[in-house]
Design a binder for this molecule. Structure first.
Ligand SMILES: [Fe+2]
Length: 714
């Protein structure tokens, strides 16, 4: 129940449009020509979540106002008004205001503006927005949408959005990374010229360091608000949202890179990064700034100017971003939330490489359940030593000392280092890892204290984290990134025996399944912030000249759906394929893919609007000397071919260009396309001369049909 005593942070106001055209008010009425003041509305206007009878309108005021008026009209001259009413000016929401306008006609364009007193007896208007309601569910109308993701701001420009300004779109689907919470992360961000962000509330931010370079991540509400304000200052993004309704979901960077629930991953397990307050700050700013129409509160006095206060108790962990929008007979749009419910990454970033995920007795019991013969599999695994054995006490003490030293060197406190080393040597430890630490011990110990490395012969074998590619004490390599395919496949299959982990909590999982199987729409778009497309790199190819330990097949990124293989298989095979007409639209990976997941299910992964491309990020990490760096540089150079080679369901892959996706549904037919620009183009501003990018704009098209979902290049 709603109680006025509860703290409110954001008000959505619902207003009902008049059934007919409103008579123009004689006195004090705003006429069509009120001067537009972007200074009063520096983030302009936006609309979102269009439904056949309603849409959400958004604006932000630069300064508090005594009076605020909303007009919604059928015409650009605001002669045929459907709404003309005073609104409560926003409070405690950084000037942001959301108004839900109800009682509208389906598949209809509306024009809207917010009006303010200019302080000198006159009025000023916001920029005039145009929105469009969805076609009714029983209407057979074509639907065209753009799908975009990853619009990093520092040193980058949204030139890829320019072609969208020429189109009449039903909606722009934003798949996440609408903002980036870090400013100047040297792994993938630049700070240059006027596209620089310095957080004002620096005390409220998280100070981070990489390669000796200091940078910051947002933590306070003020930090996140500043980021949204800044990203929304971009005139091209404003122009797009002024003319096309937005439908948005979030990915990680709206909160924290590679996050899960309210946990960040900057320190790769070396520190506890759970931070509920930070997550809620991020969500609050998100809901203030994005025209997302969630039922975040109970309507009171619905109909006439009802206030729908969003309450903090409705934010994480209670938030429900997943929702469904319908566009005629053509499209059911299912919007999923991959981040706020997902479990931790399958391989812990702080996993000790020598610790066993599965030991020999466990494998002997479980392998037959996978249809595998233990006698065939075990010899391929890694020998391990039980350091609890009495005859290995000297080795245990030596290893414990060497491991504690390693944890100290990794920045742990003496007590933490001692605790982790004790745990690592309490029982089983993979022989190659033990050998490495015993050699470290022997290198400095007096002759009398030297210990022998146990012999591999006759040892039990198991699956240590090392077999998944984990070689450091704290790190994303072998955890979220670049995990050994063979080891991870076995690990994931064993883990799924007693229920496959899913990024969705049961309610969302059930909702998605039900919605897809019940839907009578011709096409169903599953909007997923991250890609379902598997990225497997075979680094054993001789031309890559990779150092010996790298000569195997790797999953590039387990933060995306590759980290949930069993649930992905189940969803595609048992839900998407059964529902029919399922198109997955995704982003996040800063590369473009077209994927034929099955005869019935396709996916289009959109490249980044502006964020550093996957190819460039990899090339950056291959800078410098050393065999590994040089191999990484060769991998980056051959990335497109490697990605295609590693996944037979890919029909198209590119990792070096920015771009946007377009999807058009017309009767039984569908067409998807990518509009792409080389990455160098996004480092310069082309807003005033968009024709300059025309010659560099590439296009890739795919056609398919409801009864034949096989992708054809068109
Ligand atoms: Fe991104």
């Amino acid at each position: 129940m709603h109680s006025p005593a509860r703290r409110r942070f954001l008000s959505t106001i619902a207003v009902a449009a008049a059934a007919g055209v409103l008579p123009l008010r004689p006195a004090g009425a705003a006429s069509g020509s009120v001067p537009v003041s972007r200074a009063h509305f520096p983030q302009s206007v936006a609309s979102g979540d269009p439904r056949p009878d309603r849409v959400l309108l958004w604006t932000r005021l630069a300064a508090p106002a005594a009076q605020l008026r909303l007009q919604v009209a059928e015409d650009t001259g605001f002669a045929r008004l459907r709404v003309d009413r005073m609104l409560q000016p926003p409070r405690d929401s950084d000037g942001c205001l959301k108004v839900r306008v109800e009682n509208l006609q389906p598949a209809t364009a509306y024009h809207y503006r917010f009006l303010l007193d200019d302080g000198h007896g006159g009025q000023v208007s916001s920029p005039i927005g145009r929105t469009r309601t969805a076609p009714a569910a029983d209407t057979d109308a074509p639907v065209e949408l753009a799908f975009v993701s990853c619009q990093d701001y520092g040193g980058r420009w949204y030139n890829t959005l320019l072609p969208l300004l020429e189109r009449e779109l039903d909606l722009v689907l934003h798949l996440g990374d609408f903002i980036y919470e870090t400013t100047g992360d040297p792994q993938f961000q630049d700070q240059a010229g006027e596209r620089t962000i310095a957080l004002d509330d620096i005390d409220g931010a998280i100070a981070l360091e990489r390669g000796g370079q200091r940078y910051y991540a947002a933590r306070s509400l003020a930090n996140y608000r500043q980021l949204h304000r800044t990203f929304r200052s971009d005139p091209v993004l404003q122009a797009l949202l002024e003319r096309t309704p937005l439908v948005a979901i979030w990915d990680d960077h709206e909160f924290s890179d590679d996050c899960w629930q309210d946990v960040g991953t900057y320190h790769d397990g070396a520190a506890d990064e759970r931070d509920r307050q930070r997550r809620r700050n991020a969500e609050q700013a998100y809901f203030e700034y994005l025209p997302v129409d969630l039922e975040l509160a109970d309507a009171t006095g619905a109909g006439q100017a009802a206030q729908l206060p969003v309450q903090r108790e409705r934010l994480f962990p209670n938030v429900q971003l997943w929702r469904r929008l319908r566009f005629g007979k053509a499209l059911d749009l299912l919007l999923t939330d991959y981040r706020s419910q997902r479990p931790d990454h399958a391989i812990p970033e702080d996993a000790f490489p020598g610790a066993l995920a599965y030991d020999q007795p466990q494998l002997q019991a479980l392998l037959p359940r996978l249809g595998l013969e233990p006698a065939a599999v075990l010899p391929t695994l890694i020998p391990y030593v039980d350091l609890a054995a009495p005859m290995l006490q000297a080795q245990r003490r030596a290893a414990q000392h060497a491991i504690a030293q390693a944890y100290l060197a990794a920045g742990q406190s003496p007590a933490q280092a001692e605790r982790r080393a004790t745990q690592a040597t309490a029982s089983a430890i993979a022989l190659p890892v033990l050998a490495q630490f015993l050699q470290a011990w022997n290198a400095t110990a007096p002759a009398s204290a030297q210990v022998a490395v146990p012999d591999a012969a006759g040892l039990a074998r198991g699956l240590p984290w090392l077999a998944l590619g984990k070689t450091t004490l704290f790190g994303d390599i072998g955890a979220r990134y670049v995990a050994v395919k063979e080891g991870f496949d076995l690990f994931a299959a064993l883990g799924a025996l007693d229920g496959a982990p899913s990024p969705y909590a049961p309610a969302q999982r059930q909702w998605l399944e039900q919605a897809l199987l019940d839907s009578d729409a011709r096409f169903k778009v599953v909007a997923s912030s991250v890609s379902f497309t598997s990225l497997v790199l075979d680094l054993s190819r001789p031309e890559l000249q990779a150092p010996e330990p790298m000569r195997r097949r790797f999953y590039l990124n387990l933060d995306q759906w590759d980290g949930f293989p069993a649930e992905r298989r189940r969803l595609i095979g048992q839900v998407f394929d059964r529902a029919g007409g399922v198109i997955v639209l995704s982003g996040d990976i800063h590369a473009g893919f077209a994927t034929q997941h099955s005869a019935a299910t396709v996916e289009f992964t959109t490249p980044a609007v502006s964020s550093e491309t996957l190819g460039s990020i990899l090339a950056r990490s291959g800078e410098g000397e050393g065999a590994q760096q040089q191999a990484t540089a060769r991998v980056a150079a051959a990335l497109d071919a490697l990605v295609i080679d590693g996944n037979p369901s890919l029909r198209y892959a590119q990792t070096r260009r920015h771009g946007v996706g377009l999807l058009r549904l017309d009767g039984e037919h569908a067409q998807a396309r990518f509009l792409e620009l080389p990455d160098s183009v996004c480092r310069q501003r082309h807003y005033d001369a968009p024709e300059a990018i025309g010659s560099q704009l590439g296009e890739k098209r795919f056609a398919f049909a409801r009864d034949d979902m096989r992708l054809r290049e068109a």
